[in-house]
Design a protein around this ligand. Structure first.
Ligand code: IPM
Ligand code: MN
Length: 351
């Protein structure tokens, strides 16, 4: 019996989560496993109604379940970043989910905006460090609102945090049937504190003689992702750079409508979500593409040991995209959120 905590969150998060949960139900029948979902209301509506962001007791409750599914967080009615930091950041930091694993896989050539690049060219994975960097929230203002204002934000890296991300990336490269290459993406030529990444990567890399060590500055990495995406196998990078390059990566896969991630602490309760945001302009319109949320559920199931169920979801999505029954991954696919969810459920049932 798998216990899954579900936090639909804000905006389109609630709509895409509903479809992902329906897919969970369909695949549980097909792969014969038992599960239970526990829904939590956290997000901006809940905050506006109750003044509660994330109650402290929640983290001990969440660490009791097998996995957490999150829709999306963000609402223009609330102060920028407040609910994101509490819910998304809260879960990542308090549960020490130190890896943000973001696969960049192209299922069908016509979905890729690059000329002459196909599924064999775009198949890499980004290991985004998930608990450090500018995201720790160490910032401040001096003389705020005056012409003399000073603003600071610290990028914090610890040896422990860097090493566990780097090590995870090397281990991952070993399991992948690709180029056996890990590319460190940083900006250590300008951000000298990132020298800790350079040194840690070199030191840990000695333990992985079978894996090629590669490096790209983040600006060049963006260029290579467009010019030669086939170069990449595993990328390991900082929290902020990983956030940025994976939106670029999402477009290589066909759009934000497919990109999913796992916030992982190996061996512990982890959290899975689409990488897209709450898209307030599409809220309540039943137009958001739920494939990214469905792929997040796929990653969740793989993580909790339901490899058969995960494979069924992936096969269904791949087939619907290659056959163009789901013609695109944007909100303009001509299909509604619920129609796409139903297509995936039907494909799983038929598979
Ligand atoms: C993401 C998001 C978050 C992040 C926001 C919502 C805080 O952009 O998961 O990619 O910056 O990590
Ligand atoms: Mn992001």
């Amino acid at each position: 019996m798998h216990k899954v905590a579900v936090i639909p969150g804000d905006g389109i998060g609630t709509e895409v989560t509903a479809e992902a949960v329906k897919v969970l139900e369909a695949v549980a029948q097909k792969s014969s496993f038992q599960y239970e979902t526990i829904h939590y209301p956290f997000g901006s509506d809940h905050y506006l109604e109750t003044g509660i962001l994330m109650p402290d007791r929640i983290y001990s409750e969440l660490s009791e379940v097998d996995a957490v599914f999150l829709g999306a967080i963000g609402d223009p009615r609330v102060e920028t970043g407040l609910v994101e930091r509490a819910v998304v950041g809260g879960i990542r930091f308090d549960m020490d989910l130190y890896i943000n694993l973001r696969p960049i896989t192209l299922f069908a050539e016509h979905l890729c905006p690059l000329k002459e690049k196909g599924p064999e060219d775009i198949d890499f994975i980004v290991v985004r460090e998930n608990t450090e960097d500018a995201s720790v929230g160490s910032y401040g203002f001096f003389k705020k609102g005056t012409v003399d204002e000073v603003a600071t934000q610290q990028m914090i890296y610890t040896r422990k945090g860097v090493e566990r991300a780097v090590r995870y990336a090397f281990e991952l490269a070993r399991t992948r049937d690709r180029k056996k290459r890990v590319t460190l993406v940083d900006k250590a030529n300008a951000v000298r504190g990132q020298d800790i990444w350079t040194r840690t990567f070199a030191e840990v890399g000695v333990e992985y003689p079978d894996i090629e060590k590669d490096h790209a500055y983040v600006d060049a990495a963006c260029m290579w992702m467009i010019k030669n995406p086939e170069h990449f196998d595993v990328i390991v990078t900082t929290n902020i750079f990983g956030d940025i390059v994976t939106d670029l990566g999402a477009m290589l896969q066909g759009g934000m409508g497919i990109a999913a991630c796992g916030n992982i602490h190996p061996g512990k309760t982890s959290m899975f979500e689409p990488i897209h945001g709450s898209a307030p302009k599409y809220r309540g319109q039943n137009v958001a593409n739920p494939v990214a949320a469905i792929m997040a559920m796929q990653m969740l199931l793989d993580y909790v040991g339901e490899a058969d169920a995960a494979a069924r979801i992936e096969a269904a999505v791949r087939d619907l995209l290659t056959s163009r029954r789901i013609p695109s991954l944007g909100a303009d696919s001509g299909l509604s959120t619920t129609q796409i969810g139903q297509l995936v459920i039907d494909a799983i049932a038929a598979g």
